[in-house]
Design a binder for this molecule. Sequence first.
Ligand code: ANZ
Ligand code: ZN
Length: 819
Amino acid sequence: NDGYDPRAVQQKWQARWAELSPFKAVEEDDGRERRYALDMFPYPSGDLHMGHAEAYAIGDVAARYWTQRGYNVLHPMGWDSFGLPAENAAIKHNADPVKWTYDNIATQEASFRRYAPSFDWSRRLHTSDPEYYRWTQWLFLRFYERGLAYRRGGRVNWCPKDQTVLANEQVIGGHCERCGTLVERRVLTQWYFKITDYADRLLDDMAALEGKWPDRVLLMQRNWIGRSTGADVDFVIEGREEPVTVYTTRPDTLYGATFMVVAADADLAEEICAPEQRAAFEAYREQVSHESEIERLSTEREKTGVFLGRYAINPVNGERIPIWASDYVLAEYGHGAIMAVPAHDQRDLDFALKFGLPVRVVVETGQPDPAESGVAAAGDGRIVNSGPIDGLNKADAIKRIIEILEEKGLGKAAVNFRLRDWLVSRQRFWGCPIPIVHCPSCGEVPVPDDQLPVRLPDDLRGADLRPKGTSPLAAAENWVNVDCPRCGGAAKRDSDTMDTFVDSSWYYFRYCSPDYEDGPFDVEKVRKWMPVDQYTGGVEHAILHLLYSRFFTKVLYDLGMVDFTEPFTRLVNQGQVILNGKAMSKSLGNMVDLGEQIEQWGVDVVRLAMLFSGPPEDDIDWADVSQPGMVKFLARVHRIATEVASAPGTDPAGGSVDLRRVTHRTIDEATTLIEQHRYNVAIARLMTLVSATRRAIDEGPGPADPAVREAAETIAVLLSLFAPYTAEEAWERLGREPSVATAGWPQADPSLLVRESVTCVVQVAGKVRDRLEVPPDIAEDELERLALASAKVNEALAGARVQRVIVRPPKIVNIVPAK
Ligand code: ANZ
Ligand code: ZN
């Protein structure tokens, strides 16, 4: 490799950069425009892996490019360092989660330093530091004051063996993901953030992200928020004072409702169940209590349910319909009860066919009879069997029936969201304590701001952290028992900790003033740096993290702390690193180890291979990557710099024009490609420039030609975005001052972008009449058209008809006029 030793270059520059620290964001206004490049911060479990390497290589291209363009760039890094793995590891090894966490952070930091993203390390933060979580607690209290943080009983998945709440994703086929125990649904008092108050704004503000965030992320967020429109309809229940309200998106099918279904786990089912059905109902409810929501929503499963022995009255036709309980209706969506229209809703049809309930068509869709086919007629059509709305189409019928319901006081137009309030409390140790005290006389009392942070106790180890029905904090007597901040009486701290998504919902604000002590962030600094210009990270965060961050930003806006409502102007989701077409996983045993790759090939090769393999959003199959090809390319760059090194740096205008054209076209195209995030194509252009430079050295004017030096310097600057170590070494060999990272982006000279031209002679009857400047590769018909359009040619022809045109591109056109 011609004396190119990636490892030596890497070691040398890692040390030099530590002295130079070229990536410090500048607070004083120095006239430069600012840019904020944000990467999703890692969770400190183990070392960095291939997925991190890809994401941080991609995010770094934008940050380094902006630095080269002369922007004042903020590119910070920190750690999302609370969470269950630390706690589980501590329980298993009888250790301290603090030590486990900060040891892992140290390991990852060392890897980051070697990997060399252009971070401003002075802004580093860890969400598990008391200096950070103090402000997570402060924000919780602001939410609490506004009624956006509240406590209520809610149904949660509970593992009786692990004695802990499980997320829906942790329930597999009704069993605990970790220990396999049958999961129960329990009602527990939990803390929630009232994100549903912001549902409309979270949806509507997405208009501003259109074209700047990936379409699929916007779609996923829309579906998650799940706004639907329809009507609330009141049904009288025989023998009950209060009517029951149901939510429907199809009030036009009201005349086709042949039964009602109540969620088996809703209080209403328990209340109205007739005595003779009680035993059957209770057995069914017990069965349903083990089902996860995902299972309940599955359309594949056979329908189950019990008759409750009661009847409802359809408000528009007075019909008496039976009330059933089933699991396919959810207690916490809409009103937990539905009107069932089996002819036009598949779930209702499956249920009706299973239990022999009537099916009545009220929309003529042209589809076969649902009772016969088993397929509900979901489409649009003409309304029938429906009294005053007969003959209307779906949209008109919905409008009309809502008017009728509203006139009679039997219902009203309604909007519903699939989005639920955010359950933020966890009965675990390693998280941010909730800053509330429960006092027997005062009730819930917020911890006063000047007593924050509520610190985690530091004396719990191993088995102390194991949940035992209560959270480990509730069992820590010294910690949990306090004086009430309001009355001074004996009280207890809230012993729950916050979901780690709370910590990560605001960290990017903190980077703007990481040491600020008078609030979560300095409002003026945030005004200077935010919103984030580009956020780079995995698509696995397409929903929750991004939605929660958007929610926090809107609350901060309402608190008057920020003057924008969306935190991330642009979002880039990188693909996955896979191997032979398969996702890498420990269980498949096909993990590629980042440390080993770097050991074998060096950082620059790993980074370049990732960026060159395709557009950032595509998956990278590591089996298809050619590390030797990347080594060869970098060695060529190194050799060019070495050969040009001794040549004097004279004015390039005196050098080879052919090479200068390639250099300036590369600058021009690379600029556009990088702004479009087409990094792989930009690298391909750079490779072409390297080849052209090599040719100019070997076959052309040689290494002393000023155009060759210009090309070599351009290569170093462009390469610094993708392979910073090799670029830095080349720059130094060329006799330039470090660091190449701040050398400045080259400007393409427009006069060198003009394509070469040749002079074409146009003759009429053998006499030269005009000269045209044309591209050397001009096509025959194009040249003929240009010649015949020439004013001088037409003058010479003086109205004579053209008999023949002889075209010899690019130099001669001979026009023969008719005699
Ligand atoms: C009658 C009907 C007829 C319905 C029809 C649909 C089609 P989205 O779009 O998701 O909001 N529904 C209402 N509350 C429910 C609950 N708690 N659990 C399960 N399903 C529930 O869906 C709203 C529709 O889902 C509602 O409209 C209701 O069924 C059902 F041809 O009412 B529909
Ligand atoms: Zn009190």
